[in-house]
Design a protein around this ligand. Structure first.
Ligand code: FES
Length: 79
């Protein structure tokens, strides 16, 4: 069972600001990291739409992301 939960928002504002790139970037993660992550999608995370795209990783919200920023967050916070 993965110990980490990654929720990627795919609501319209996040979609328009690159949520699908974030989703694709997860597919390209090293398999050893990927196996530790339970990936979910959401249609809005805490009304943070103005800072799209938004993800929640292990309960913490991160905003205004791109794949590079998301990789850094995952590498720094994965259990
Ligand atoms: S639509 Fe993504 S945070 Fe609201």
């Amino acid at each position: 069972m993965p110990k980490n939960t990654l929720k990627i928002c795919i609501g319209t504002p996040c979609h328009l600001m690159g949520a699908s790139e974030l989703l694709e970037s997860i597919a390209e993660l090293d398999q050893s990291l990927r196996d530790k992550i339970d990936l979910k999608t959401s249609h809005c995370i805490d009304d943070c739409c103005e800072q799209a795209p938004v993800v929640e990783f292990n309960g913490k919200i991160y905003q205004d992301l791109n794949p590079e920023k998301l990789y850094k967050i995952i590498r720094n916070n994965i259990r």
